[in-house]
Design a protein around this ligand. Structure first.
Ligand SMILES: [Zn+2]
Length: 248
């Protein structure tokens, strides 16, 4: 799972959605209006913006494994039909994650969603990465699991499918190698470029774990942080940049 950032869509696209929202009366009318909108050329700017938010390779923001191809309503139409045509409720995910999510949308006692919305919050605030085996799990708070992390890993159980875990483990190994090379080369230009390349090719958002979360305390990262501060700053900056939308 990885953090992405929402783009502002232009005034015409916002206006188009607002006009269509006026006609929504119930779940049924909302579903029909959404289908009409999705099939029309008017939805194109929204689709393009969602694709840009997902980055160059268009991987799904939840599993980070498959290509994102479906527009998901973060709050499903069945739960709140008034959000069927609301820009901030759209997210592009893969068909498999969409199928898993559409059937389940856990909420807390106050009715707030328990799934992580990666356009609004950093998944690493609720999840931890076991760098030894590549598994994602919910953070453990004072005496229980983080409710959002727990619900998200439960609904999107594919985040711990064998191939996905293996992919994550491979990326972790590549970071280890790149940082070891960097430390060996005293953060020379080539070694820093190699590390930057790893961040740009990281489909799993793992750089955020090493740059901003507990991963930064692992020995090689901690040495890099104290001994090569400007290389460390570049690493952190690239990690943040990798979350930003790409020009299309
Ligand atoms: Zn997915």
């Amino acid at each position: 799972m990885r953090r992405i950032h929402r783009i502002q869509i232009d005034i015409q696209a916002r206006c188009e959605l607002a006009v269509r929202r006026k006609g929504l009366l119930d779940k049924e009318s909302a579903r029909k209006e959404w289908d009409r909108y999705r099939r029309s050329a008017k939805s194109r700017p929204v689709i393009e913006a969602l694709k840009a938010m997902n980055g160059l390779r268009q991987r799904c923001v939840y599993c980070c494994d498959s290509r994102s191809a479906d527009v998901d309503h973060f709050t499903p139409i069945a739960v709140d039909y008034t959000l069927a045509l609301t820009w901030k409720n759209f997210i592009m995910i893969c068909p498999e994650c969409n199928r898993r999510k559409s059937a389940r949308f856990p909420v807390d006692a106050a009715g707030n969603p328990l799934l992580i919305d990666p356009t609004r919050e950093d998944p690493w605030a609720h999840l931890i990465l076991d760098t030894k085996n590549g598994y994602l799990s919910a953070r453990f708070l004072d005496d229980d699991f983080d409710p959002k992390g727990d619900a998200t890993v439960d609904v999107f159980s594919c985040v711990n499918h064998e191939a996905v875990v293996e992919g994550r483990r491979r990326v972790v190994t590549r970071y280890y190698e790149a940082v070891d090379v960097l430390l060996e080369a005293k953060a020379d230009r080539n070694s820093l470029q190699k590390l930057v390349r790893e961040v740009r090719e990281d489909e799993y958002g793992i750089s955020g774990w090493f740059a901003f979360r507990e991963g930064r305390s692992e020995e090689r990262f901690s040495v890099m942080r104290s001994e090569h501060q400007s290389a460390w700053r570049r690493f952190a900056t690239e990690s943040f940049r990798s979350q930003l939308p790409v020009a299309r």
